[in-house]
Write a protein that binds this ligand. Structure first.
Ligand code: KQY
Length: 363
């Protein structure tokens, strides 16, 4: 078994790098559960294949898949994508995979969070979640990477870092009673510093409107580089997202990062608003945790993109707003190639490209 350290990453000289640092692997998990993905997950599987192909042009991809779906996944994915049989409860690799930390001596280690399906028995989205909870440890073993058990409930989509001492998260998610109800805000902040080697935690108030994860930060903002962020935006005052984006803008405008920089904020207009159609809702099995009714607002966002080795994988969600989103990102990332992937089928499951991918830093 790869070593699991009982010390803390920060104390051992490790920190979480920015997403724009070099990657050696991107992990994804094959979708199949019928109470989250419509029509037996076939449309979502097609979309995951396109995301994997777009990433594979820049970074090697490994797809985990259940035994039942192995043959299907293997035959639908191109040969350059590694397919590994692994049990999961669903397919949100950002949240169930390890968060990697690195040191200055070319070493990396994984951080294993506790996972409770975005809220456990309080307001989680499914039960059980035990297979998902084991995924981070299994990936560290496959890479023969040492790791840490953080000992707190957290999903990778609820944190962003600039790799230079600053962590972005929000109160709506990390202080939600369904996560670490026995910990104070100060204790959670200390756990983030201890496990991710950051110096300053920026607590935005909330996440994107109608996000069933209790407002993951990766749906509201993304980090461009230290001192620069992408922010989901709308000019429609009647949209509940308007006030949320205004509050985030005000917060970021008045904040400084760990190195004392003020922020340059790139506003990216949200798609839609987007809603489940009758046909889409009818294709999803009913279950207790996830609301999937026609007319329900989806948490669509262009901020939910992946940065990997000079390429940005951008979810395409709305012909009206896809072009403007691409333009803002290209201006913010002039040296990056932006590859768009049709992503409504991922959004129907409750997240997007960033949520279904987890990166392993190159060392
Ligand atoms: O946004 C994410 N990081 C995950 C979304 C999970 C949705 C489950 N239906």
């Amino acid at each position: 078994m790869a070593k699991v350290h009982d010390t803390k990453p920060a104390a051992d000289g490790f920190h979480m790098p920015g997403e724009d640092a070099p990657h050696s692997e991107i992990w994804m998990a094959w979708p199949e559960r019928p109470d989250n993905w419509r029509n037996g997950a076939k449309p979502a599987q097609g979309c995951f294949v396109e995301v994997a192909k777009a990433i594979a042009g820049a970074t090697p991809v490994t797809m985990t898949v259940s035994a039942a779906q192995y043959d299907n996944a293997r035959s639908r994915l191109p040969d350059n994508i590694r397919v590994v049989e692994m049990s999961t409860n669903d397919s949100w690799m950002r949240d169930i995979g390890p968060t990697y930390v690195v040191n200055g001596r070319g070493e990396r280690r994984g951080v294993q969070w506790d996972f409770n399906a975005w809220g456990g028995l309080v307001d989680g989205l499914y039960f059980p979640w035990d297979r998902d909870d084991q995924v981070a440890g299994k990936i560290c073993e496959i890479h023969r990477d040492a790791s840490y058990r953080a000992g707190i409930i957290l999903e990778g989509g609820s944190i962003h870092t600039d790799g230079d001492g600053t962590l972005f998260t929000n109160e709506e998610c990390l202080l939600h009673p369904s996560r670490n109800a026995d910990m104070s805000k100060a204790e959670i902040e200390q756990a983030l510093k201890d496990n991710l080697g950051v110096e300053k935690v920026l607590w935005l108030p909330e996440g994107l409107y109608s996000d069933e994860t209790n407002g993951h930060i990766d749906n509201l903002i993304h980090v461009v580089r230290p001192g620069e962020v992408i922010l989901s935006w709308t000019e429609d005052k009647d949209d509940p997202q308007y006030a949320i984006s205004q509050r985030a803008y005000e917060f970021l405008s008045n904040a400084t990062d760990a190195k004392g920089r003020s922020f340059r904020i790139h506003k990216v207009h949200i798609p839609g608003p987007l809603y489940f159609t009758e046909e889409e809702a009818a294709g999803i099995d009913m279950s207790d945790g996830m609301e999937r009714e026609a007319g329900e607002r989806m948490a669509g966002s262009y901020a939910n993109f992946l940065i990997t080795n000079g390429r940005i994988i951008l979810p395409l969600l709305d012909p009206k707003w896809d072009g403007p989103a691409r333009d803002v990102l290209q201006e913010a990332f002039p040296d990056f190639e932006i590859v768009g992937v049709q992503a409504r089928e991922i959004l129907l499951g409750g997240g997007n490209v960033h949520c279904i991918t987890q990166h392993v830093p190159a060392v």
